[in-house]
Design a binder for this molecule. Structure first.
Ligand code: SF4
Length: 212
């Protein structure tokens, strides 16, 4: 894709949705961290339902630790892998208190040292909570980057690096959200809705559909 096409691609996504938001509900960096930790192999809707029960009761490392692991599990048991996620969250809360004064750290290194936090989660926190231009590549972004020819790559890290180079600087902060939403609702996995796609003429996918 040419530099002009890449610019137009994001300019159109921006025009359609100037202030894209994550669909996870949160009001503090810590709440976002909890929501992202719970979201592996779960839908944002499912996570939002669980955190709507959890956050009024406990929404800081200290209050989640005070709740205890069994009680925490009760609040999140509707989410897949909740046993592992509860254990990781308890250890993460303890580390946040011991090493970071109960705050969510702002560096990749410190974030990735937390139990259950990998590169993708760290990227989401750095971008969405702290406004850093990182690129958290999930299954939707991986598909869109490859199909469109925007930033092809064999694995998520290759796509992350390619996107950081391919996305014009002015769009980098929100690019992650625009690409997720494009992949989630339009460039869907089985049969993309190319007939309803705002970047159809820029996209290089050879098997476009007429579906709207
Ligand atoms: S034109 Fe089709 S394949 Fe290309 S980004 Fe849009 S929905 Fe995806």
């Amino acid at each position: 894709m040419t530099p002009q096409a890449r610019h137009d691609f994001f300019a159109r996504l921006q025009a359609a949705d100037p202030h894209p938001q994550t669909e996870l509900r949160y009001s503090t960096p810590f709440e976002l961290l909890v929501a992202v930790l719970l979201s592996a192999q779960a839908t944002d809707k499912g996570v939002n339902k669980a955190t709507a029960r959890l956050f009024p009761v406990a929404n800081t490392p200290a209050t989640i630790l005070a709740l205890g692991e069994d009680e925490l599990k009760e609040h999140i048991k509707t989410i897949g892998l909740f046993n592992t996620k509860a254990a990781n969250l308890m250890r993460t809360c303890a580390l946040l208190i011991e090493q970071h004064g109960g705050e969510v750290p702002r560096t990749r290194e410190a974030l990735e040292a937390l139990p259950g936090v990998g590169r993708k989660t760290a990227n989401v926190i750095l971008n969405t909570a702290f406004g850093q231009p990182t690129m958290a590549v999930d299954t939707h972004i991986f598909r869109v980057a490859n199909r469109t020819g925007l930033a092809p790559g064999k694995n998520v890290r290759a796509v992350e690096d390619a996107l950081l180079k391919a996305v014009p600087a002015e769009f980098l902060l929100h690019a992650h959200h625009w690409l997720i939403l494009l992949g989630r609702y339009t460039c869907v996995a089985r049969k993309p809705r190319c007939g309803a796609c705002p970047v159809s003429d820029l996209c290089e996918y050879p098997d476009k559909t007429g579906d709207a």
